[in-house]
Design a protein around this ligand. Sequence first.
Ligand SMILES: [Zn+2]
Ligand SMILES: [Zn+2]
Length: 139
Amino acid sequence: MTGRLRTLFSKLRWIAERVAAPLRTGDGPNKFRLSSVDTATTTYDGDIGWASRPPATVRCPQCDAEIFQHNARDDLDCPRCVGEFDPEAFGDLELLHLTCPVCRGRMEHGQRHPGSFDIPEWATCTSCRYHWEFEHSYD
Ligand SMILES: [Zn+2]
Ligand SMILES: [Zn+2]
């Protein structure tokens, strides 16, 4: 290992320890400082926009089979019957769940404006905290 690489590695380890520190430390005297560190390091993995939507599983309206759609622009092809749907038909199909693109866990999803869309507007992974939003929130 070259000296330069070693320096890089020790730097990375230093950063990793800094990031992990607030998790290990309980309610210490430096609570204020710790919480500001917390805020700076709470960068969840996430995406915004329909094109970046997590993989979805919907129900085939013809045979009840589960159709997996990896990308929001893909056609929906039923693996069991001849059902084939355009990506635009997504809102007409029953959404079963979204799959976290990071850890493959099932995501919780919901709508910000119930009734105005037939599609999910947000999804959160309960395992790795990956979060997806249909659009920017200006709240
Ligand atoms: Zn089908
Ligand atoms: Zn996840």
